[in-house]
Design a protein. Structure first.
Length: 295
C-alpha cells in the first residue's frame, strides 16, 4: 500500500498537514514564518510528517503549458471594481499596477505546490542501520518507527537519502510518517489522504496507483504539459521504488527532491569486505615483522 501524490491538482491548502498532526498527536513545529514564500514548515522532520511546499517560478503558465486563455471580466463586476480602492495582497498582479479592471490575462509566474512525505522505500536504509529493531516493515509494505523501542542513536537520520527522519529535542527519539499504520489496521485510509479536498493525495495498492499515475501523466502530456513527470514510481530505481511517489511538473530538484536517490547502505557489503581485507593484510604484516625481528 502507498501514496500517489498528483501535484498538478494540489492547491496548497495544508489540510493534509493539519490532519496528520491532529490524528498522530504531533507537536506543533514552531509556526515560524520562514520568509520563504508562504511555507511555514520548510521541510519534513520529527514534528512535520507532511510538508506542503510552495514554489513560485517566474514562468508563464501560457497556452503551451496549461492551455489557459484570456478571460473577460463581466462588465457589472468591472464597474463595481472601479469604485473601490485597490488593496495589495502581496501577490503578483495579472496586469500592471493601476491598470483598469477588464480583461485578466495569463500571469507571468506560476505556483508549484506539492505535499511531501516519507517515501517508505522498498530498500530502506533506515531499516538497515537501526540497531534496536525500532524501525520495521509492516504487513502493508510501509516503514514504521516504534517510539517505545527507539534508543535515540540517530543512525537512521543521516541514512535516509530524502532527509525525512528527525529527532525530537525533548526526548531524543526518531519520528517520521507511519502512513497511519493504526488506521490501516482497521481498514481506514491515512488521515492526509482522507482530508485532501482535491484528491491530490491518493491512497491504495501500489500497482493500481502506478497504473493510475501513468494514465494521468499521459493525459497531461497530451494536453501540452511536457514538463510533467513521475518520481519514485520505478521499482528499478536506487531505492527499489517508493511507497509514496509523485507526479511533478518540473525537475525533482525544484521540489527539493534528489534527482537520483540511492539507498545509502548500498555499498556497505563491499565496504566491510575492504575493511576485512585491510585487517587481514595488516595482521599479516605484523606477523611478518614480528617473525622477521625474532630471527
Amino acid at each position: 500500500m502507498g501514496f500517489f501524490t498528483d501535484t498538478s491538482i494540489c492547491i496548497g491548502c495544508k489540510a493534509c498537514e493539519v490532519a496528520c498532526k491532529e490524528w498522530n498527536a504531533i507537536p506543533e513545529d514552531g509556526l515560524v514564518f520562514t520568509g520563504m514564500s508562504y511555507d511555514n514548515t520548510a521541510g519534513l522532520g520529527a514534528d512535520t510528517w507532511r510538508h506542503v511546499a510552495f514554489i513560485e517560478q517566474p514562468r508563464r503558465l501560457g497556452h503551451q503549458e496549461a492551455w489557459l486563455s484570456p478571460a473577460d471580466v463581466p462588465e457589472r463586476t468591472a464597474a463595481a471594481a472601479r469604485t473601490r480602492d485597490p488593496a495589495s495582497l502581496g501577490m503578483p498582479a495579472p496586469a500592471s499596477p493601476g491598470a483598469p479592471p477588464g480583461e485578466a490575462r495569463d500571469m507571468d509566474f506560476r505556483w508549484l505546490m506539492a505535499s511531501d512525505v516519507c517515501k517508505h522505500c522498498t530498500h530502506a536504509a533506515c531499516l538497515d542501520v537501526c540497531p534496536t529493531g525500532s524501525l520495521f516493515r509492516t504487513e502493508f509494505g510501509t516503514v514504521v518507527v516504534q517510539e517505545d523501542i527507539c534508543n535515540g542513536c540517530g543512525y537512521c537520520v543521516p541514512a535516509c537519502p530524502f532527509g525525512v527522519i528527525g529527532k525530537r529535542e525533548d526526548d531524543g527519539r526518531a519520528y517520521k510518517c507511519t502512513l497511519c499504520y493504526d488506521r490501516l489496521g482497521v481498514g481506514q485510509e491515512p488521515a492526509c489522504a482522507k482530508s485532501c479536498p482535491t484528491d491530490s493525495i491518493q491512497f491504495g495498492e501500489l500497482d493500481e496507483l502506478r497504473d493510475r499515475a501513468a494514465r494521468r501523466l499521459e493525459r497531461l502530456r497530451d494536453a501540452g504539459m511536457t514538463s510533467a513527470r513521475l518520481y519514485g514510481h520505478d521499482p528499478g530505481d536506487g531505492v527499489g521504488g517508493s511507497g509514496a511517489f509523485f507526479l511533478l511538473l518540473d525537475e525533482p530538484e525544484v521540489y527539493g527532491l534528489p534527482p537520483d536517490p540511492v539507498v545509502t547502505t548500498r555499498d556497505l557489503p563491499s565496504m566491510w569486505r575492504h575493511v576485512g581485507l585491510a585487517a587481514v593484510t595488516l595482521l599479516a604484516g605484523i606477523v611478518a615483522v614480528t617473525l622477521g625481528g625474532g630471527s
